[in-house]
Each structure stands twice: as structure tokens, then as C-alpha cells.
Write a protein that binds this ligand. Structure first.
Ligand SMILES: Cc1cc2nc3c(=O)[nH]c(=O)nc-3n(C[C@H](O)[C@H](O)[C@H](O)COP(=O)(O)O)c2cc1C
Length: 153
């Protein structure tokens, strides 16, 4: 099985930590989302899209990458100030509209030094933490399990 993960983690590298934890649990290739246009998505069984949340949604490079993906099994993840999974919804909707099958959605808190938060060294210090990384690993294994069940049907 080949899994590609496209990531935009330009604020603090928080989401990249989740992607790297996933890569410890499962064989996957992590590439910056801005490089997506040069890739052949047919080479992969599952494509993951992850990034920090900026103004309520994933950043432009992840959103643009998602626009290139049609009719494929995908998963979505994010880190953010709130850690809310709801932040993944715009990307999930875009992917579904392109015929992608969304196998899962994961979110957790990440260190946030945006604007006035920077003055106190940021909020969510130490996040993602070990528990978040473990949850990221569990999540990718669940995604793979779900994909396997679908294939066996
Ligand atoms: C410009 C900017 C806008 C942000 N907007 C939001 C937001 O709307 N909601 C939220 O929960 N967090 C917001 N955050 C916090 C980031 O989502 C959080 O720090 C995230 O973990 C960054 O991920 P990254 O380090 O992988 O880029 C924002 C951060 C920045 C720098």
C-alpha cells in the first residue's frame, strides 16, 4: 500500500510533527503540499492532506492540492489554536465535491503564536504533545484499516 501525505505546516511546524508521527506508525511519503502539482496521484492508494488552520481553514497550498485530487480515498488532518475537528470541514467538503472518499478526519491543538498570542510565548505550549502524536498514529492505522475493509468488500 502506498500513502502520500501532503502537508502545509508553515507557522510552527506543528502539523508536520503529526505527519512524522504517522510516518512512524505506517509507511507513508510526506511531501510539502506546494509540490503537489508535480506528482502523479495514481501512484498512491490513499492521499492525506494536513496543515495548520489559518483563519478558519487549511492554507492555500493544501486547498490547491485538494483541488487536484479527484475520485480517491483521502484523509484530512490539522492542528490549530482550538484543536477543533470542525476546522477540517471546508477541506472535507471540497474533496467530497471532487468525488473523493474521505476515510477520516483528525485534529488536535498546536502551539499558536499568532498576533497577540506571541506576546506571552503563544498558547497551547508543548502541543502537539506525546498524546497528540499517539492519537495521530492511531488515526492513520484506523484509516488504513478502513481502506482495507473497503477493498475486501
Ligand atoms: C495567521 C494565522 C491564523 C490562524 N488562524 C487560526 C484560526 O482561525 N483558528 C485556530 O484555531 N487557529 C488559528 N491559528 C493557529 C494555528 O492554526 C496553529 O498554530 C497551528 O498549529 C499551526 O500549524 P503549523 O505549525 O503546522 O502551521 C492561526 C495561526 C496563524 C499564524
Amino acid at each position: 500500500m502506498k500513502i502520500l501525505v501532503l502537508v502545509d505546516s508553515h507557522h510552527q511546524g506543528n502539523t508536520m510533527k503529526i505527519a512524522e508521527a504517522m510516518a512512524e506508525a505506517a509507511p507513508l511519503t510526506v511531501i510539502k503540499a506546494e509540490k503537489a502539482s508535480g506528482l502523479n496521484f495514481d501512484d498512491y492508494d490513499i492521499i492525506g492532506l494536513g496543515g495548520g488552520i489559518y483563519f478558519g481553514k487549511h492554507g492555500a497550498s493544501v486547498t490547491e492540492a485538494a483541488g487536484l485530487i479527484h475520485d480517491r480515498p483521502v484523509f484530512v488532518f490539522s492542528t490549530s489554536g482550538t484543536g477543533a475537528e470542525k476546522n477540517n470541514e471546508p477541506l472535507v467538503s471540497l474533496l467530497k465535491n471532487n468525488g473523493a472518499e474521505v476515510l477520516g478526519s483528525f485534529a488536535c491543538k498546536g502551539l499558536d503564536k499568532f498576533f497577540i498570542f506571541k506576546l506571552a510565548g503563544g498558547i497551547n505550549k508543548g502541543r502537539p504533545n506525546d498524546g497528540d502524536l499517539e492519537n495521530g498514529k492511531k488515526f492513520i492505522l484506523e484509516v488504513i484499516e478502513k481502506y482495507g475493509k473497503k477493498e475486501r468488500k
